[in-house]
Design a protein around this ligand. Structure first.
Ligand code: T5A
Length: 209
């Protein structure tokens, strides 16, 4: 594959969506062709799954179903959007990818991470990011940002955002552990600072790699 695949990961409110857009604009300004997508989502079916997994309902998916729903969404976006763009030689930036499954369903919900990696390989046919930017924020910052956004947009927390503090601490530790295990793929950036500073660090990390 000729393109470059970059993923953004981290706890909620870390600024992934904000910085995905900023990096895409910066790379486009350098003359590169950039495709931005997100997970779960990016195709019609995957966006439907996104609605299902985030919805607050009386009968939420059991953990195994939750895993399979995220993987089904991933299989769709990989085969219909990400691989074709990489084959065309484009840059692909994805807001969350497989590491979210390992952190949320693995470290967060307690599913065996090695098993999740096998299942993920099936869904992605082994596709791995060239670079993963982990935007790390402490749970307090994450909560404060989400609360401010919810107040500003009159929206409520989704089903996964409502999981307790212990869950969010475990998944943040999980992300950091994943990064430590693969230092050549991950760059960890403290995202609690001012937006412009975080953005500059991300662009530098991309250029350095
Ligand atoms: N999930 C996903 C799984 O459980 N398993 C999986 O396999 C996958 C793929 C997805 C949910 O699904 C779960 C994880 C999630 O719970 P989502 O909406 O994509 O749902 O959730 P998030 O990715 O967490 O999206 P958020 O919008 O909540 O967080 P972001 O994208 O990290 O943050 P962003 O950019 O929207 O910023 C949040 C707020 O902070 C401000 C922004 O303006 C915004 O208001 N902000 C800053 N404020 C101050 N300083 C900065 N440096 C700032 N950067 C951003």
């Amino acid at each position: 594959m000729r393109g470059t695949f970059i993923t953004f990961e981290g706890p909620e409110g870390g600024g992934k969506s904000t910085h995905v857009q900023e990096l895409a604009e910066q790379l486009r300004a350098e003359g590169r062709t950039v495709l931005v997508t997100r997970e779960p989502g990016g195709t019609r079916l995957a966006e439907l799954i996104r609605g299902l997994v985030r919805e607050e309902v009386d009968d939420p998916p059991v953990t195994r179903s939750e895993v399979l729903l995220f993987l089904a969404a991933r299989a769709q976006v990989v085969s219909q959007v990400i691989r074709p763009a990489l084959q065309r030689g484009e840059w692909v930036i994805c807001d969350r990818f497989a590491d979210s499954t390992f952190a949320y369903q693995g470290y967060g919900r307690g599913v065996d991470v090695a098993r999740l990696k096998d299942l993920n390989d099936f869904a992605t046919e082994g596709l791995k990011p060239d670079l993963t930017i982990l935007l790390d924020v402490p749970p307090e910052t994450s909560r404060a940002r989400l609360a401010a956004r919810q107040a500003a947009t009159a929206t409520a927390a989704d089903r996964i955002e409502q999981a307790g503090e212990f869950f969010h601490r475990r998944l943040r530790d999980g992300f950091l552990e994943l990064a430590k295990a693969e230092p050549s793929r991950f760059v960890v950036i403290d995202s609690s600072g001012p937006r412009e500073e975080v953005s500059a660090q991300i662009l530098k990390a991309v250029h350095d790699r």
